[in-house]
Design a protein around this ligand. Structure first.
Ligand SMILES: *Cc1c(COP(=O)(O)O)cnc(C)c1O
Length: 401
C-alpha cells in the first residue's frame, strides 16, 4: 500500500480478481468467490455474459465515440426502449449515477425557472439518502460525513426524517421545486419506503405543483423484479435516475423525464462529452435485450423470494447475530446484531461476497441472472459464516433446531 500512487479514498479489501464467470469472481490463484455484491448492483447480468461481450466487442470494432455533435442511433434506440418501458418520454444519458442526479436536479430547477419562478429551486430530500459524491449530490444526500471539509454545501436542499409525511408537507414552501427520494434506500441499509408513502408523495407533488424525482440508480432496471422499483407502489415520478444496472459493468447512467418535466431542457442548457457514446449504448441495449425478455423480471422476483426466505430461516436460527431481513427482489439487506464488518469477514472466509451498508446492514445484490443453485449455495455459505461467529451454544441450537 505504501507505494501506491492512488488517492487513499477507498478502504479496499486485501483481495483482487483476475476474471469473472456469471455469478463468480476468480482470483489469480484460482480461488472462486460467489459474488453477491455484483459491483454494487452494477453487474446486473453477472460477469462475462456472452451477449454483453459480443455487443461490446462488436461495437468496439466499428465505432467508439463521436460526441453528441452527431446523432447516435444506439442512443435513440436505448432512449426509446427506456421510455417505452416506463413513465418517461425523454432520456438524457450520462456516465454515472451522480451525473444522472445532477441532470435530474437541473431539470427540476429549470422547469420552474422558465415559468418565471426563478426562486423556486429548493428540493426536499430524506434522512439517510444517498445520491452520489458530486458537490450537489452530497448536499442532496445531506450526510455530514460526506459534506465535511468541502466548503459551503450547495444551496437548495431541505432534508426531512425518513418516512415522515407531516414533516415533508411542512417543509414545502413557495420556493420548493421538487421532492427527491430513493424508493429503497440502498447505502442507508436497504430501507424500503412504503408504497403508501410514495403514493402520498405523488399526491403532495400534484397538490403543490412540485416535481417528484425517484432515484432508482440502485433499485432500477429489474433489481426488485420490476423494471423500476416504483412500479410496485403504483406511483409514477416526473423524473427518475438510473445507472448501476443499465450498463452491466460499463459506465452508463440516465435521467428520465416526462415531456412536461423535460420541456425546459432546450438546446444548449445541458450537455456531456462522453454520455451516451456508442460503446455505452451498445452495452445498454444488450442489457435490455435480456432484462426485457419475457419472464425475466418475474424470475428475478421469484429468486428474490427464494433468497429472502432462506435468509429468514438463518435469521431465526441466529437471533443473537441477525436482527431482521429486509428489501425487495434481489436487493436484500441483513440487519445485523453483530457488527456487519464481522459478518462480512466471516462470509468472506466462506468465499461469499456482499456489500456493507448503513444501519449495520449487509447488502446482498447478486447478479439478476443468479441461479437457484447459486442462491442455495450462498445460503449454505451464509449459514456456515454465522456458525463460525455464533457462541457455541447458539450454533448447536441452530444446527439441531
Ligand atoms: C450509487 C448511487 C448513486 C451514485 O452513483 P455513482 O455512479 O456512484 O455516481 C446515486 N444514487 C443511488 C441511489 C446510488 O445507489
Amino acid at each position: 500500500m505504501g507505494g501506491s500512487a492512488l488517492y487513499q479514498t477507498f478502504a479496499r479489501l486485501p483481495v483482487s480478481f483476475e476474471r469473472g464467470e456469471g455469478s463468480w469472481l476468480i482470483t489469480a490463484d484460482g480461488t472462486r468467490y460467489l459474488d453477491f455484491a455484483a459491483g454494487i448492483a452494477v453487474n446486473s447480468l453477472g460477469h462475462g455474459h456472452p451477449h454483453l461481450v459480443a455487443a461490446l466487442v462488436g461495437q468496439a470494432g466499428r465505432l467508439w465515440h463521436v460526441s453528441n455533435l452527431y446523432d447516435i442511433p444506439g442512443q435513440q434506440r436505448l432512449g426509446e426502449r427506456l421510455a417505452e418501458g416506463s413513465f418517461a418520454d425523454r432520456v438524457f444519458f450520462t456516465n454515472s449515477g451522480a451525473e444522472a442526479l445532477e441532470c435530474a436536479i437541473k431539470t427540476a430547477r429549470r422547469y420552474h425557472y422558465v415559468k418565471g419562478q426563478e426562486n423556486r429551486f429548493r428540493i426536499i430530500t430524506f434522512e439517510g439518502a444517498f445520491h452520489g459524491r458530486t458537490l450537489a449530490t452530497i448536499a442532496a444526500g445531506g450526510q455530514k460525513k460526506y459534506l465535511e471539509g468541502f466548503g459551503p454545501a450547495v444551496e437548495g436542499f431541505d432534508q426531512v426524517p425518513f418516512g415522515d409525511l407531516a414533516a415533508t408537507e411542512k417543509a414545502i414552501t413557495p420556493d420548493t421545486a421538487a421532492i427527491l427520494i430513493e424508493p429503497i434506500q440502498g447505502e442507508a441499509g436497504i430501507r424500503v419506503v412504503s408504497s403508501e408513502f410514495l403514493r402520498k408523495l405523488r399526491e403532495l407533488c400534484d397538490r403543490h405543483g412540485l416535481l417528484l424525482i425517484f432515484d432508482e440508480v440502485q433499485s432500477g432496471i429489474g433489481r426488485t423484479g420490476k423494471f423500476f422499483a416504483h412500479e410496485w407502489a403504483g406511483a409514477s415520478p416526473d423524473i427518475a435516475t438510473i445507472a448501476k444496472g443499465i450498463g452491466g459493468g460499463f459506465p452508463v447512467g440516465a435521467c428520465l423525464a416526462t415531456e412536461e418535466a423535460a420541456k425546459a431542457m432546450t438546446p444548449g442548457v445541458h450537455g456531456t462529452t462522453f454520455g451516451g457514446n456508442p460503446l455505452a449504448m451498445a452495452v445498454g441495449n444488450a442489457v435490455l435485450d435480456i432484462v426485457l425478455e419475457d419472464g425475466f423480471l418475474e424470475d428475478v422476483a421469484r429468486k428474490g423470494l427464494l433468497l429472502k426466505q432462506g435468509l429468514a430461516g438463518i435469521a431465526d436460527d441466529f437471533p443473537d447475530l441477525v436482527e431482521e431481513i429486509r428489501g425487495s427482489g434481489l436487493m436484500l439487506g441483513i440487519r445485523c446484531k453483530a457488527p456487519n464488518s464481522a459478518v462480512m469477514a466471516a462470509m468472506r472466509e466462506e468465499k461469499l461476497l456482499a456489500v456493507p451498508a448503513g444501519d449495520n446492514v449487509v447488502r446482498l445484490l447478486p447478479p439478476l441472472t443468479v441461479s437457484d443453485e447459486e442462491i442455495k449455495d450462498a445460503l449454505e455459505r451464509m449459514r456456515r459464516a454465522m456458525e463460525a461467529l455464533a457462541p457455541s451454544t447458539e450454533a448447536a441450537a441452530g444446527g439441531e433446531g
